[in-house]
Design a protein around this ligand. Structure first.
Ligand SMILES: Cc1cc2nc3c(=O)[nH]c(=O)nc-3n(C[C@H](O)[C@H](O)[C@H](O)COP(=O)(O)OP(=O)(O)OC[C@H]3O[C@@H](n4cnc5c(N)ncnc54)[C@H](O)[C@@H]3O)c2cc1C
Length: 484
């Protein structure tokens, strides 16, 4: 594709990175980024970049990656329930301040010859260019006003994003129960003096605490909620304050589009798609989009190539993110689990961390979860061999649901409760997605009825079935293909 002038709408990580890569690939191309905000004004705190993303950024632009990693902050990860802690070593995840990340990307874009315009809100129509890259974020006006077939799904939980003025020792997942219900934080250090402190809760708790009636000024923070959470999480915060930055309760919006381009305009990053914050992938997706788009611009059918290359990876992550979101939205129901078991449940929530692999990287956590210390490798076989004896008289359940925690799930649970059965056997389709959802439905039935729950699945998905046992989603599993 012959491109001489490119306008980038939005100076977030996706837009800035695309601009720099474009200029590096083709120095003769004139590239301008139009950002409505000022260069050093951004909302938010830190974002996380995992090892896989760092490898991709390294291959695309080693100079920028080196600087990002140099400002970043490495940390382990802990699940903390009261005084019980499970720790997972993870020194390859880097937390970076969003402000720092943007400052680096701005500097590197300028160094490559990109023009940056700040302080002006623009529309695609007023930009004079061969190609417009619309990287205008989750609330993209380009997407909303254009024929991109966008769909937005709003989460049922509420979250707010704030920070601390000291670095936590690790990334921490920690629930607290107040008189109104359960709040859980996802917090992680991202610099020598700061941590991101995200808190989420369910709608009923949020209303009981009176947060639904908060009157928050457009540029201010919800100070009442911040003071409440500061008290609730005081031990974890070591008595330090929570810091707001236009902090308010939000519902997560998952964006999907039927197509990512129209004429000379192409969507990139959050404008095209979002993935729940609990898999920490928004920045990753935006920057990886930028790499793919710039490579595709060498091809004659550039936008079609970009979409063909990126869509499968984006949709895969969106499916992981959907599962992760459902797990977090139902977190309060499983906080009674011993902390090691809760950590395994967390690690297996989206189906992307095999139990066998997790047992190798975190043998102490898995050993504590299964109550045995003699199995680091081969844990799946061990767990499956030590299953309780089969039970008869289990009521069959073969419902197929998409979301075990929505009304369809409610109906299955209500029927199970009304049946008065002492146990249930869940069967269904053999594909992996269906099995993972069946295990989640089993967990919900188990929590609601306190009955014995058996789940059937294909033998080749034995890792998922074993993870279901260890994390308390099922009491027993069987193999529909007859293997074990
Ligand atoms: C609570 C929370 C936690 C998160 N945690 C993580 C994490 O741990 N790891 C991670 O990788 N990601 C995380 N993210 C996601 C991440 O912040 C975004 O996904 C990422 O910034 C997307 O990049 P982007 O460039 O597509 O859009 P954005 O960063 O949103 O940038 C869009 C830019 O466009 C500008 N703009 C919009 N409209 C116009 C216009 N008309 N004219 C000019 N400028 C315009 C905006 O001002 C903005 O600067 C988190 C997000 C949230 C909400």
């Amino acid at each position: 594709m012959q491109v001489r002038r490119v306008a980038v709408l939005g100076g977030g990580p996706g837009g800035l990175y695309a601009a720099r890569l474009l200029k590096l690939a083709d120095p003769a191309c004139a590239v301008t980024v139009h950002e409505q905000g000022e260069p050093d004004a951004t909302f938010g705190f830190g974002v996380g970049l995992a090892a896989g993303t760092q490898r991709k950024l390294e291959a695309a632009d080693p100079d920028t990656l080196r600087e990002i990693v140099a400002t970043g902050y490495r940390h382990d990860m802990t699940m903390q329930v009261g005084s019980d802690v499970a720790r997972v070593h993870n020194d390859r995840l880097v937390g970076v301040a969003r402000t720092e990340l943007l400052a680096i990307l701005q500097r590197h874009a300028e160094k490559a010859g990109v023009e940056l315009e700040f302080g002006c809100r623009r529309t695609v129509a007023e930009l004079d260019a061969d190609v417009v890259i619309a990287a205008d974020g989750v609330s993209s006006a380009t997407r909303e006003d254009g024929p991109f077939g966008s769909r937005i799904e709003t989460g049922r939980g509420l979250y707010l994003w704030c920070g601390t003025d000291f670095p936590l020792d690790d990334a921490v997942f920690a629930p607290v129960t107040t008189e109104h219900g359960v709040f859980v934080t996802h917090a992680y250090p991202y610099s020598g003096g700061r941590s991101t402190f995200l808190v989420e809760t369910d709608e009923a708790t949020w209303r009981r605490a009176g947060f639904d009636t908060a009157d928050v000024p457009p540029d201010g923070s919800d100070e009442i909620s911040l003071r409440y959470l500061q008290e609730a999480f005081a031990p974890l915060l070591r008595g330090r304050p929570l810091i707001g930055n236009r902090t308010r309760w939000l519902r997560f919006r998952t964006v999907r589009c039927d197509r990512w381009s129209d004429g000379r305009t192409v969507l990139l990053g959050d404008a095209a798609h979002t993935a729940h914050y609990s898999i920490g992938s928004g920045t990753k997706l935006a920057m990886e989009d930028a790499i793919a788009l710039v490579e595709a611009l060498r091809e004659p059918e550039a936008f079609a190539t970009y979409e063909r290359v990126r869509r499968p990876a984006v949709e895969r992550l969106q499916e992981l993110s959907r599962r992760s979101q459902l797990w977090w939205e139902s977190f309060a129901a499983r906080q009674h689990l011993p902390v090691a078991q809760l950590m395994v449940a967390y690690m297996s929530r989206a189906g992307n961390v095999p139990l066998e692999r997790f047992a190798i990287t975190s043998p102490d956590v898995v050993a504590a979860a299964i109550g045995r210390h003699d199995e680091a490798a081969g844990v799946v076989d061990g767990v499956l061999e030590r299953q309780p004896v089969p039970r008869g008289g289990l009521a069959p359940i073969d419902d197929v649901v998409v979301d075990p925690w929505d009304v369809a799930g409610d109906a299955v649970v209500a029927r199970a409760q009304a049946s008065g059965a002492a146990g249930f056997r869940l069967t269904g389709p053999a594909d992996r997605g269906a099995l993972l959802t069946r295990l989640d439905l089993a967990e919900r039935i188990r929590l609601a009825t306190h009955g014995f729950v058996e789940v059937d699945g294909p033998a080749e998905l034995r890792d998922d079935l074993a993870a279901g046992l260890v994390s308390g989603r099922a009491d027993r599993v069987t193999f529909s293909e007859g293997g074990a």
